[in-house]
Design a protein around this ligand. Structure first.
Ligand SMILES: Nc1ncnc2c1ncn2[C@@H]1O[C@H](COP(=O)(O)OP(=O)(O)OP(=O)(O)O)[C@@H](O)[C@H]1O
Length: 263
């Protein structure tokens, strides 16, 4: 369980980025949304100890983050940053993924088996000897997920995982996230992409000026006046409303309903 209890975060320049956040998540896909500067990244960085609360507590599987190092917490909470290409520095995909497990002090066989497993999970088998820089945007994103997965964290924080990707590459990342969820991971998805929220999230948490203003089911989230929070309803929902068929989560659901079938 990841838990924030009345978390406040004030940066050194006096900026109050989080104001009394209560939050909890387990093995589920939670979308963390809000306009620029609302505090999403600040909150997420508390879960692997990169930031510590100014006031309040953050508990990761029973551990108070103030009493543990980032290295310890990173084994439980993996963080995939935005624009992951900046984090690659090895000459091959294999070595890139092996770096984390090697640092954990694991033996060679265990490192190799983790690398193979992580690359398989993100569908990058056969890419072992490629240089990370030669990969496409979507492949780089999946490689970044593999690097974190190889540490076997229970929770993953993904910061804008589909931004800048074309539809095919984004679909690959979505598929990977679904598979991770199925295999028992909890996923905190930071995103501005409302289509992705509609497609993937099981719950939505909305931040506004450092406060949590909504925490609940996806359908309820999309019934909010989103423009008040600098967000927009997905095109698909606007179409389904005009068609009078209410809440749907995919284009195929719309087609099924129109064809007279069930959802
Ligand atoms: N290192 C820092 N020092 C001072 N203020 C910061 C720092 N990092 C973030 N802030 C401020 O804290 C507030 C929350 O920032 P944060 O990055 O958490 O927002 P966000 O919701 O992730 O935004 P975005 O969608 O733009 O990534 C903003 O006002 C930001 O300017």
């Amino acid at each position: 369980m990841l838990r924030a209890e009345n978390v406040w975060h004030v940066y050194e320049n006096g900026r109050e980025a989080l104001r009394g956040i209560d939050f909890e998540m387990g093995e589920e896909i939670v979308a963390l949304v809000g306009q620029n500067g609302s505090g999403k990244t600040t909150l997420a960085k508390h879960f692997n100890g990169l930031l510590k609360p100014t006031k309040g507590r953050v508990i990761v599987d029973g551990m108070d983050t103030r009493e543990h190092t980032v290295a310890e917490l990173s084994r439980i909470v993996g963080y995939v940053f935005q624009n992951p290409e900046h984090m690659f520095f090895e000459e091959s995909v294999f070595r890139e993924v092996a770096f984390g497990p090697k640092n954990l002090g694991l033996d060679e066989d265990e490192v190799e088996s983790r690398v193979r497993w992580a690359l398989k999970t993100v569908n990058l088998e056969g890419y072992e000897e490629r240089t990370p820089y030669s990969l496409s945007g979507g492949e780089k994103q999946r490689l970044a997920i593999a690097c974190v997965l190889a540490m076997k964290p229970k929770y993953l924080i993904l910061d804008e995982p589909t931004t800048g990707l074309d539809a095919r590459n984004a679909a690959g990342v979505v598929k990977t996230i679904r598979e991770l969820r199925k295999s028992g991971h909890g996923i905190l998805l930071i995103t501005h992409d409302m289509d992705l929220v509609l497609e993937l999230a099981e719950r939505v948490v909305l931040l506004h000026r450092g406060r949590k203003v909504f925490d609940g089911p996806v359908e309820e989230f999309f019934s909010l006046e989103l423009h008040e929070y600098g967000l927009e309803k997905p095109e698909l929902l606007r179409i389904s409303e005009k068609l009078g068929i209410g809440f749907v989560r995919s284009a195929s659901e719309v087609i099924n309903v129109l064809a007279g079938g069930s959802r």
